[in-house]
Design a binder for this molecule. Structure first.
Ligand SMILES: NC(=O)c1ccc[n+]([C@@H]2O[C@H](COP(=O)([O-])OP(=O)(O)OC[C@H]3O[C@@H](n4cnc5c(N)ncnc54)[C@H](OP(=O)(O)O)[C@@H]3O)[C@@H](O)[C@H]2O)c1
Length: 235
């Protein structure tokens, strides 16, 4: 079996699930990771049998679990060609204390959104070097413009820097690195105060991911910013 292998974190819902679906349609074998094992297994079973789709429960903020994820992927399929380091979460915050989630919860978001893609990248890059593969990181439009009081926005600025640091280190390896920066997408993650704003569908972002990984091996799409028509520039 030589079909390429696509590993997706946050693969049980939202952007990750939509990307996994399009990757299967494009002929990839797929490895899916998320924390809720039952939800992940149910989604994976709908995508294909174990010769095409493997699900691995994993918290991307935990190095041991992330290395186990990569081991399981390579055991199952023998290679990894593309990785969507996508798992993330969003909390509303205020540095003035004007509402938002308790600071007791802030660490979880920083660990998931910053350590998650960093640890995933560290764990998968040796495999991607072997295949001349492709790493795609999910940032956000809010990782380009500042949102008042938003620690989420700051975590996505970190992902912007992470993608650039990884791409710089990968020069000469053949590995491509794409940062995808969506605006508002209609998933479980959007905050209640933005439910009436213009939104993309998860498949809109998934198509952009498949566009990036579908380019010739000599072409590195560095960044894609994709917003719904009518979204305010820095929302
Ligand atoms: N929706 C938007 O408007 C929007 C815009 C820009 C960027 N983004 C980014 O897009 C990415 C996906 O978001 P989404 O909107 O698709 O969210 P979603 O619908 O809530 O899906 C999040 C996925 O990530 C998994 N996940 C969450 N924390 C995890 C962890 N610590 N380890 C492993 N898996 C974890 C979830 O499953 P479990 O809970 O079972 O782990 C789920 O599969 C995130 O990085 C988000 O910041 C979203």
């Amino acid at each position: 079996m030589t079909d390429p292998v696509f590993l997706v974190t946050g693969g049980s819902g939202g952007l990750g699930a939509a990307t996994a679906q399009l990757a299967v349609d494009a002929g990839y074998r797929v490895v899916l990771a998320a924390r809720d094992a039952d939800r992940l297994a149910a989604f994976a079973a709908g995508l294909g049998g174990p010769d095409r789709v493997v699900d691995v429960p994993c918290d991307v903020g935990d190095w041991t679990q992330v290395t186990e994820l990569v081991s399981r992927a390579e055991q199952a399929f023998g290679r990894i060609d593309a990785v969507f380091a996508n798992a993330g979460m969003s909390l509303t915050t205020s540095f003035l204390g004007a509402g938002g989630e308790s600071p007791q919860r802030w660490r979880d978001m920083v660990v998931t959104n910053v350590c998650g893609p960093a640890l995933t990248s560290r764990a998968v890059l040796p495999a991607l070097v072997r295949t001349g593969g492709h790493l795609v990181l999910t940032g956000s439009a809010s990782g380009r413009g500042v949102r008042p009081g938003s620690l989420y926005s700051a975590t996505k600025w970190a992902v912007t820097g992470l993608a650039q640091a990884i791409r710089a280190e990968c020069v000469g390896t053949g590995v491509r690195v794409t940062l995808i920066q969506p605006g508002l997408v209609d998933t479980a993650a959007i905050p209640a105060d933005r439910r009436d704003d213009p939104k993309l569908e998860p498949h809109d972002v998934a198509r952009a991911v498949l566009y990036a990984v579908g380019q010739p091996a000599t072409v590195d799409i560095n960044e894609i910013i994709i917003r719904p028509v009518g979204q305010h520039a820095y929302r």
